[in-house]
Design a protein around this ligand. Structure first.
Ligand code: FEO
Length: 400
């Protein structure tokens, strides 16, 4: 168990000095239903080194944990692996209070820190593969540009075979346990997958390259900047990343939709029936019950996505526009898809969705299916046929 003010020992000479954000429920549009942690680490080498800091509002918690083992003023070096504000929010205050001998980041990190804080800090830029002596210990830097910002890098503490991986292999999860193997494995896999689907997916080619490279290191401990630390299952989480980065289609179909008077929902149910008749796995998600970030998590390992919307004032429903905008940014590859919806008098929404799916390189395998007002037996049968047809096309694709 962690108390709210003390550091936690990770190895003989590395301590966790981060913060637990139990109350966070939204991380720039990502639903964080289990909160998050901002992990910072202290290396008790001859040159005492702080790796990353925490969100600005948690500065007291971080300094309190540091002070539980050393005087913060005795920190010699600060390493900033990633300049996003959840990890640099209290970097300026740390620099002011600690007055470190040096602060290190990547070249891009140096300019990003300046562009955030405009303080003229003297940051020493490091390069991929460069080593830094901490006196009686040594770290090596690994550039991880676009995992997931231009500034991102990993820091490998050779003496402890410990990789500080900033956002990589992390998850939004506040927990009293510090290690992933001490937490329900279902939660760990879901939250790791959700983080990948919502933050890292667009950078999958980079992920493949970096995981290959990191896999060449001897790693006993993998210490990300969010969520628990990995001291077991390191190969397993790297394997998950390789699988997700490959974006291979599966026999799972996500039906994502919204509805006004229940008709588009009825259509979704009948389409699901057709897909299930073809033996496919179906995850049906109404957007006012499922957050965009949970939909994205399901789409990560799907083979098809079907998007349904009623037409409201000549447009798709606003929640549907939201998920399409979000999906476009995440750039999931190798999906087939199609659109459907109920309409009253104009019925533009399915056509608009089809255009949006096409623009994001989803292979649209069917014209949109439109049903006027409320489905009757005939239109319900059309929905089942629509599901069957798409199911068959997905199976053909998987067999090709
Ligand atoms: Fe956790 Fe990209 O910051």
């Amino acid at each position: 168990m962690i108390d709210s003010t003390n550091a936690e020992k990770i190895t003989e000479r590395v301590y966790w000095v981060g913060a637990l954000d139990w109350a966070l429920r939204d991380f720039h549009g990502y639903a964080t239903l289990r909160g998050t942690s901002y992990n910072a680490f202290l290396i008790l080498a001859e040159k005492v080194t702080l790796v990353d800091t925490v969100h600005a509002s948690f500065r007291d918690e971080m300094f309190s944990r540091i002070a539980s083992i050393i005087d913060p003023a005795s920190i010699d070096y600060i390493i900033s692996n990633h300049s996003e504000l959840d990890h640099t929010g209290c970097l300026p205050e740390a620099i002011e209070r600690v007055r470190p001998e040096k602060v290190f980041s990547s070249q891009k990190g140096r300019s990003a820190i300046e562009a955030h804080f405009h303080n003229g800090f003297d940051i020493t830029a490091v390069e991929d593969g460069q080593t830094l002596s901490l006196g009686d210990m040594q770290v090596r830097f690994m550039e991880t540009r676009m995992l997931h910002w231009p500034d991102s890098m990993f820091t490998y503490l050779e003496d402890e075979r410990l990789l500080f991986s900033q956002d990589g292999f992390g998850m939004h999860l506040a927990h009293n346990e510090r290690y992933a193997d001490a937490i329900d494995s279902t939660i760990i896999k879901y939250e790791t997958k959700k983080y990948y689907a919502n933050i890292l997916l667009p950078f999958s080619p980079t992920v493949t390259r970096i995981v290959d490279k990191a896999g060449g290191l001897d790693i006993d401990i993998l210490a990300p900047d969010h969520g628990p630390i990995w001291r077991k299952d390191i190969d397993k989480v790297m394997g998950w990343y390789q699988t997700w980065a490959a974006q291979k289609p599966t026999n799972k179909v996500v039906i994502v939709y919204d509805t006004m008077w229940g008709s588009t929902q009825e259509m979704a149910g009948a389409i699901e029936e057709g897909l299930r008749a073809e033996g496919l796995h179906v995850r049906s998600m109404r957007l006012r019950e499922h957050h965009r970030s949970d939909v994205a998590t399901e789409i990560l390992d799907a083979g098809a996505v079907l998007v349904g919307s009623p037409t409201l004032n000549n447009n798709m429903f606003p929640t549907v526009a939201d998920i399409l905008c979000y999906m476009k940014g995440l750039k999931r590859k190798n999906l087939i898809g199609a659109a459907f919806g109920s309409f009253g008098w104009s019925g533009e929404a399915p056509k608009q969705i089809t255009e949006a799916l096409t623009a994001m390189n989803v292979d649209v395998v069917s014209p949109p299916l439109n049903i006027e007002y409320v489905p009757d037996a005939e239109s319900r049968a059309k929905c089942i046929e629509f599901g069957v047809a798409i199911g068959r096309q997905l199976k053909e694709k998987l067999q090709a």
